[in-house]
Design a protein around this ligand. Structure first.
Ligand code: IPE
Ligand code: IPE
Ligand code: MG
Length: 248
């Protein structure tokens, strides 16, 4: 029996964010180069996306390349960029047919031009779809995003377009690259690392975290269902006490 049948459709997260980690270790375990693991990671993305679609998740954000990842050996960075270009080119038609919208968050202007073009084309092709929003975090870091937002808000205040009192939670959210997207209820990280690595710091203020030892290339549909079931077993209190939650 698939765990899908156990999922409560009324409380499925609208937004799931995933730190896809462990490709390199997965490859090394098989005596292969790290890029071999990244290639197999693409299959895990396909499966995860299908599982998210099965549960009618509205937004799936995948951390694919951080601003810190530029520090890796050039060969790996180049291989990751090539993989990204190739994968988007190969998958866009099928994703379009399954009603997916492909978008990005992050400093995409820092990616190679060919990569930017694939991403623009993918967005243009899929932007009017009504299915799941697949958000690729590319050249992304939360500190980069928060710094940009701070700079832009400071500019608005300095230009007297807004007053200091207008600076609030909503205004800050509206200046992030996730503008208009609800915060993820669930954050998953694979590979046994229990850290956030500069991902969505503002947006995960009240997310539930699910850490799993599974290395990303081994992550499959049932693993996503399992993470959602784990999420559904939690009590989200938002600062209140249990008795208040039970009443509502
Ligand atoms: C995640 O896997 C993919 C990216 C960060 C691009 P890693 O490449 O970080 O794999 P490990 O953590 O070294 O095993
Ligand atoms: C985080 O994984 C970034 C992505 C998954 C794209 P890393 O493997 O780069 O994170 P650290 O450096 O181990 O924290
Ligand atoms: Mg890693």
């Amino acid at each position: 029996m698939s765990l899908l049948e156990k999922i409560n459709r009324d409380t499925t997260p609208k937004h799931i964010a995933i730190i896809m980690d462990g490709n390199g270790r997965w490859a090394q375990q098989q005596g292969e180069e790290r890029l071999f693991g990244h290639n197999f990671g693409v299959e895990a993305v396909r499966e995860t996306l299908k599982a998210a679609q099965d549960m009618n998740v509205e937004h799936l954000t995948l951390y694919a390349f951080s601003t810190e990842n530029w520090s890796r050996p050039k060969e790996e960075v180049d291989g990751l960029m090539d993989l990204l270009i190739k994968t988007i080119g190969n998958e866009v038609e099928e994703l379009h047919n399954s009603n997916v919208v492909i978008t990005t968050i992050g400093n995409t202007s820092g990616l190679p031009e060919s990569c930017q073009k694939e991403l623009r084309d993918a967005y243009e092709t899929t932007k009017n779809n009504s299915g799941i929003n697949l958000i690729l975090a590319l050249n992304y870091s939360a500190k980069w995003e928060l710094t940009n937002a701070t700079r832009e808000i400071a500019r608005l205040v300095a230009a007297k377009e807004i007053g200091l009192d207008d600076v609030n939670d909503d205004l800050i959210s509206d200046h992030l690259s996730t503008k208009g997207i609800p915060d993820p209820e669930l954050l998953i990280r694979t590979s046994g690392e229990n850290r956030v690595s500069n991902f969505l710091l503002w947006q995960i203020a009240y997310s539930e975290f699910h850490f799993t030892e599974i290395l990303w290339p081994d992550f499959g549909r049932e693993d996503l269902y399992k993470a959602v079931l784990d999420y559904q077993s939690r009590e989200r209190r938002f600062g209140m006490v249990s008795a208040q939650i039970e009443k509502s």
